[in-house]
Design a protein around this ligand. Structure first.
Ligand code: ASP
Length: 439
């Protein structure tokens, strides 16, 4: 059995957290490949090392003194080393970093040092081999990620390592220029390592006990999702539920490797399993509820629209030409409504309206702002009668006016549009009807 274990920044913020992590890793022989993030926040209001590095490099690149800032970063690492009683010096590494900052080697290189240094400490602490991600995670010259080469390099290298630490978040181009993934990208590294070594499981250790059924800022102590499919997760995360970097699921998904989200601070909690498919019935009919405020609807009406071939394409082309992403397009016989993000749309509003007039000569266009979309997601809905009925009965009871309903034929989710001000009431009402009443 081979497991890849990735630990997020809060799991490695100080020596105490490192000790918990070691215990977790040593608790199972199969936890052989470790992907660490940079040290995160130790307390509310603290600064992540990655942010300190960005700031420090900012000063360096504008030829300002960054001595104090670099010293503060050094102190974060030495605090961990001292706390673990490790006989490890990072002086050489820090001298190199200082020199590279003076030479303006690049902001991505700067940011990557957070994981690099944490990886060095982790490898020394565990007695595992340190594998620099720059040598095994490959990027193309244009900054895009090179999956094929990475898979090959990682596979070849790790084949020879019984146990290894591979820092997250970065890699390099062929010529050695360091590149990073977007923020939170150590999740992606973990997934790539899991794919390359054909791991049995990718454990992603963080500071929550898995995915919550809904936003804890709206519902107090929501239930934890035990098992979720990749498709369900995509539906929920695009609507705002984030625990995992969204690009992290693709490499493992292709290989059918499950991800287990775990809590470093409560290692006994089973967390959430993310799987390709499962015949395990979800505990509740729905798997999760997510949503976002800040949408706008553009309703286009034209009589006989339904017999005009190409109408929808022409309308959507206008949005495409303005670089606006659409979210949903529910339609009627002579109407079509396009849901977009308000902030993206607002500044281009007049161009879009003019464009639609030119493209399809509608009878009229009506717009509404300040809308929220809620996604009720669940593989269990397909085989359960009355799910939609229960959702809308609950919303009616809660006095929420439903502005839009969209259910794809996959029956994996139902999207509901409400006014921004009804958003929280609606989420609570849906949660209560499925979870609190336990049906
Ligand atoms: N340290 C990086 C960040 O703060 C990457 C990560 O933690 O995954 O975004």
């Amino acid at each position: 059995m081979k497991k890849v274990v990735k630990f997020g920044g809060s799991s490695l913020a100080n020596a105490e957290q490192f000790q918990k992590v070691r215990e977790i890793i040593k608790g199972e022989e199969s936890r052989r490949y470790v992907v660490p993030s940079a040290p995160g926040k130790r307390f509310d209001g603290d600064i992540k090392v990655t942010d300190m590095l960005y700031h420090c490099y900012d000063l360096a690149s504008s030829e300002k003194d960054f001595g104090n800032e670099l010293k503060a970063i050094k102190e974060r690492y030495y605090e961990i080393i001292r706390g673990l009683n490790l006989d490890l010096s990072l002086e050489e590494e820090f001298n190199q970093i200082e020199k590279d900052f003076h030479d303006h080697v690049g902001v991505e290189y700067a940011a990557s040092r957070g994981e690099f240094l944490n990886g060095k400490i982790m490898a020394a602490y565990l007695g595992y081999e340190f594998v620099d991600a720059a040598s095994v995670i490959r990027f193309h010259e244009d900054g895009t990620f090179d999956m094929k080469k990475t898979d090959m390099l990682l596979g070849k290298k790790l084949e020879k390592c019984e146990c290894a630490v591979i820092p997250g978040f970065y890699g390099a181009c062929e010529d050695g220029t360091v590149k990073t993934f977007s923020r939170g990208g150590s999740d992606v590294t973990g997934s790539l390592v899991a794919k390359a070594i054909q791991a049995d499981l990718y454990e992603n250790w963080t500071d929550v006990s898995g995915f919550l059924l809904t936003d804890p800022r709206i519902v107090k102590n929501p239930a934890v999702i035990e098992t979720i499919t990749y498709r369900e997760l995509r539906e929920l995360s695009y609507m705002g539920a984030t625990v995992l970097h969204e690009e992290a699921i693709f490499p493992v998904r292709k290989e059918g490797i499950p991800i287990n989200i775990r809590n470093t601070n409560c290692p006994e909690d089973p967390g959430t399993f993310i799987v390709e498919s499962t015949c395990r019935k979800p505990k509740y009919t729905i798997t999760g509820i997510a949503g976002k405020r800040g949408f706008c609807s553009i309703n286009i009406e034209k009589s006989m629209m339904n017999s005009e071939v190409g109408f929808g394409r022409k309308v959507l082309q206008v949005f495409e030409d303005q670089g606006i992403n659409f979210e949903h397009v529910p339609s009627g016989i002579d109407t079509m409504t396009v849901y977009v993000h308000q902030d993206e749309f607002e500044e281009k509003e007049q161009q879009v309206i003019a464009g639609i007039h030119r493209a399809v000569q509608p009878d009229f266009i009506e717009m509404e702002a300040d809308l929220a979309l809620i996604a009720v997601v669940g593989r269990g809905m397909k085989s359960t009668r009355g799910t939609a009925g229960r959702i809308f009965a609950a919303l009616a009871h809660a006095n929420v006016n439903v502005k839009m309903i969209d259910q794809g034929s996959s029956e994996l989710n139902i999207i509901i549009g409400v006014e921004n001000r009804d958003f929280e009431t609606a989420v609570k009402a849906i949660y209560d009807i499925f979870v609190m009443t336990q049906l």
